[in-house]
Ligand binder design. Structure first.
Ligand code: AMP
Length: 278
């Protein structure tokens, strides 16, 4: 497994893999890798011949006062994990390699209006822009994103469709701890007390799923979900919403595929999770 830091090096390495007829897979990450990322790399391995992983804590997707500066950076352990999962190339660019000012950006229509887009207004513009840049740099045949970041995965899928990017987008299931907490690089910020309570997020989503088998009124389902999350000691609910699965817009009745998505603060740590309905 080779690590490179420049766009020219990635392009040269990918070109030589492609010249030998290999199908290129890609897994973009911000590092601080865990078993969720490992599952994405395994999936890329299973669906391609030569896998590129990127590690880039992307400043343009963090708003003022968010955790860009203190986002965990664990490059040596990350490279070990990528090697162990059989990744072939890791791209670790600097901010200067990726950006020059003023920056052209990508705004994906509609799907960023609600959920995390409401609380983090510039977030998805930063995500879409950096992912499009990475797809243009690497030119993979397929790229894997996690269902845990459900809004992000749908935004990327729409961007790729709308802008005719020749890359298949694969969405991999959320990997959880045995107590149900979705793995996240931010879980390490949780205090022991917060960590003990945090699996209640997934329990609330499972409870909602069971309730949704008997109830189709979205307002009632959302208030039940919100109330359940609000009982978790130390939790402050950012949002608890049910939106249509395609455009992520509010709905009144559960009459088509939907996504229940939540964001919950524990102290200074914001955790997200989601579950498809029905
Ligand atoms: P991040 O490094 O957190 O930006 O995430 C990089 C990729 O890993 C994104 O596509 C995430 O959706 C995915 N990911 C993060 N956590 C998980 C998880 N628990 N299960 C599956 N995929 C995940």
């Amino acid at each position: 497994m080779k690590m490179v830091t420049t766009i020219a090096e990635v392009r040269a390495a990918v070109a030589s893999a492609r010249a030998s007829g290999q199908r290129i897979g890609f897994v973009p990450t911000m590092g601080a890798l865990h078993d969720g990322h490992a599952s994405l790399i395994r999936r890329a391995r299973a669906n391609s011949d030569w896998v590129v992983v990127s590690i880039f804590v992307n400043p343009t997707q963090f708003g003022p006062g968010e955790d860009f500066e203190r986002y965990p950076r664990t490059i040596d352990a990350d490279l070990d994990l990528i090697r162990a999962q059989g990744g072939h190339l890791t791209f670790v660019p600097t901010v200067a390699e990726m950006y020059s000012e003023p920056l052209t950006t990508v705004e994906v229509a509609k799907l960023g209006e609600h959920l995390c887009g409401k609380s983090r207004p510039i977030h998805f513009r930063g995500v879409a822009t950096v992912v499009l840049k990475l797809l243009n740099i690497i030119a993979p045949d397929m790229a894997v994103f996690g269902a845990k970041d459900g809004q992000q995965a749908r935004i990327i899928r729409k961007m790729v469709r709308d802008l005719n990017v020749p890359c298949e987008i694969d969405i991999a299931p959320t990997v959880r701890e045995s107590d149900g907490l979705a793995l996240s690089s931010r879980n390490r910020y949780l205090s022991p007390d917060e960590r003990a309570v945090a699996p209640g997020i997934y329990r609330a989503l499972l409870q909602l799923k069971a309730r949704a088998a008997l109830e189709v009124d979205v307002a009632r389902l959302e208030s039940a979900l919100y109330a359940e999350l609000a009982t978790l000691p130390g939790a402050r609910v950012d949002y608890a919403r049910i939106v249509d699965d395609e455009y992520l817009q509010p709905m009144t009745r559960l009459d088509r595929p939907a996504l229940a998505a939540v964001a919950v603060w524990f102290g200074g740590t914001r955790l997200i999770d989601n579950i498809p309905l029905p």
